[in-house]
Design a protein around this ligand. Structure first.
Ligand SMILES: C[S@@+](CC[C@H](N)C(=O)[O-])C[C@H]1O[C@@H](n2cnc3c(N)ncnc32)[C@H](O)[C@@H]1O
Length: 190
């Protein structure tokens, strides 16, 4: 047996927290891998809202969903995740059980278009307000590039200051991997 890597561990917990009929948010659609997984997890009566500022990313996400015939349970939104809470209709907000941020830049895309510390924390904070009690918010951080390093530092500061009675935060990371591997925060809304 091996310990699951960051992405596998996050996916496993998305599957544990989401049930048929739930709402989920992919805050950084990118190539659509996370959106696809969430769409599987929310079942035929659930829904996924997926955000990206690049049309190229949403196009890749759309194609991936269509290949798996899961596009009908997903809404793709070409806006920054800092607007996410306002974009979710109230009937879906009430069912919000998971949100995922996979930070950084689009794989194979323009590396200068990346998530930014300030808007990342703004979005996380908004979504933690509206996510249901018992819901989980996942953030995968890549400290191997300059903005990612800043996101890592600020997120650690932000997470450490959250009141434990409202939100518990898990940090999942491998200590001795080379090349600054990604690591994961899971925010658990009480
Ligand atoms: C590492 S990729 C996401 C990978 C993706 N989850 C997947 O499964 O392939 C990060 C994405 O965040 C997007 N992004 C950057 N800033 C954003 C913002 N403010 N709101 C939403 N998406 C943003 C980028 O365009 C990029 O596609």
């Amino acid at each position: 047996m091996t310990i699951p890597d960051v992405l596998a561990f996050a996916k496993e917990w998305m599957g544990r927290v989401l049930e048929n009929g739930d709402t989920a948010i992919d805050a950084t659609a990118g190539t659509g891998r996370d959106t696809l997984h969430l769409a599987h997890c929310v079942g035929s009566s659930g829904h996924v809202f997926s955000f990206d500022i690049q049309t190229e990313a949403l196009e890749q996400t759309k194609q991936r969903l269509e290949q798996h015939q899961l596009h009908e349970r997903t809404t793709l939104i070409n806006k920054g995740h800092e607007n996410a809470a306002a974009q979710i209709p109230s009937e879906h907000r009430e069912k919000l059980k998971a949100a995922v941020f996979n930070l950084g830049y689009l794989p194979g895309g323009d590396k200068t278009i990346t998530t930014r510390t300030e808007t990342t924390i703004q979005a996380i904070s908004q979504l933690l307000d509206i996510i249901k009690s018992g819901g989980l918010l996942f953030v995968v951080v890549y400290p191997g590039h300059p903005e990612g390093r800043m996101e890592k530092d600020k997120l650690e500061e932000y997470a450490a200051a959250l009141p434990q009675r409202d939100i518990q935060v898990l940090r999942y990371e491998f200590m001795n991997q080379v090349n600054q591997p990604p690591y994961l925060f899971i925010f658990d809304k009480r």
